[in-house]
Design a protein around this ligand. Sequence first.
Ligand SMILES: Cc1cc2nc3c(=O)[nH]c(=O)nc-3n(C[C@H](O)[C@H](O)[C@H](O)COP(=O)(O)O)c2cc1C
Length: 371
Amino acid sequence: MVMERLSIGNLTAENCIIQGGMGVGISMSGLASAVANQGGIGVIATVGLGLLSNERQKGYRRGSIESLKEEIRKARRSTRGILGVNIMGALTNYADLVKTSIAEKIDVIFTGAGLPLELPGYLNGSSGTKLVPIVSSVRAAKIIFSKWLRNYNYIPDAVVVEGPKAGGHLGFKADQIHKQEFQLEDLLPDVRQLVDEYEANYEKKIPVIAAGGIYTGRDLLRFHKLGADGIQMGTRFVTTYECDASESFKNAYVNAEKKDIVIIKSPVGMPGRAINNTFIEQTSEGKQIPTRCMHHCLKSCNYKTTPYCIADALVNAQKGNLEGGFAFAGSNAYKNTHIVSVEQVFSALEEEYQDALNTSQYQTELNENTE
Ligand SMILES: Cc1cc2nc3c(=O)[nH]c(=O)nc-3n(C[C@H](O)[C@H](O)[C@H](O)COP(=O)(O)O)c2cc1C
C-alpha cells in the first residue's frame, strides 16, 4: 500500500484510513478487525452493544460492559492491527464504556456527540490508550483543547473533524447542514490552524482527521491537500461482507437512490442523516410508536415525549427489520451499489488515490510548463 501512513503517538497505521464507529451494531468486531487487517484503524461502536449480544439478560448497564469486553477481545483475536472504540458523549453509561475500554487496553477512544471534557481523567498512569475527540466546529475543538490542558495537562492525541455530509447524528443545527460555511472544506482549515498552534507550542504531533462525505481516493487526496493527516469513513464500509449489519440493512444502501438520503430529527436531539423509508415517513408525520423505556440509554431522551425509541429502531434495522426502524447513512450512501470485501474497498481507494495523484501531478507539471 502506498497511501499515506497515519501516526497517532506511538501507533502507526499503514493506511491513513479510520473506519468510523457505527452504532447500533453496524461496526463491531467483524468490520473493525477487517479494517485493521488492511492497515487502517478499525473502530467498534459501543452504543447499543448491550442490546445486541447474549449479555443483554444481565441488564443494559452490565450487558453493555460485558459485550464491549467480548467485542474488543474478539477483534483482538482476529487482528494484530490498530483498534479503537467509539463512545458517544450522549450515553448515560459513558463512564462504564470508557473505563472498560481502557481496562481492555484499547488503542484509541474516539468520542463525539457532546464535549468530552472529563475524558483524560479516566486514564491511569500506565494506560497507553489514545484519546481522540470528534468535533464539528473549531469552537468545540478550542474548548476541549483548553479544558484538557488546564484540568489534566493533556492534549488530544488527534482530532476528528466531522462535516455535515456524514451519516448518523450530525453535530450541526438543521439549518446549518447545507450552508457553505459549515461544510468540511471550510471547517477543516480552521481546525488545522488551531491544531498547528498547539503543535508548535507543546511540541506534540496532533493528526487532524477529516470525516463526513469522503468516499473516493480522489476525495482523500483533496482533503489531504486541505490539511488532513487522515480520513474517517463510515458509509463506504457498510456494504462490505465483513460489516456487522444484516443483509437487509446493507441492501437498504444498495437499493437507495440519491433522493432517498434524508435528514431526520432524532430523539437524541440532533439532526441525523438516514435512508428514507416508511418508518421515517410515519414518525416524521407525527405517528407515535408507544414505548416503555427499558434502557435509559441517552442523557437527552425523554421517553414520555419521544415519538419512538431510537435504540429499538436501530436494533430492529441492524437485525434486518426495516419496517420497525431505519438505516443511518452518509450523503454518499447511494454510491454503494454492490456488497464487496473490505480488502476490495481498500484496493479501490488505493487505485482512485493513485489516479488522482497522477492527474494532479500532471496538472501541476502542465501548469508549470505553461507559465
Ligand atoms: C450507520 C451509521 C452509524 C453511525 N454511528 C455512529 C456512532 O455510533 N457514533 C459516532 O460518533 N458516529 C457514528 N456515525 C458516523 C461515522 O462514524 C462516520 O464518522 C461518518 O459516517 C463519516 O461520514 P461518511 O459516512 O460519509 O463516510 C455513524 C454513521 C453511520 C453511517
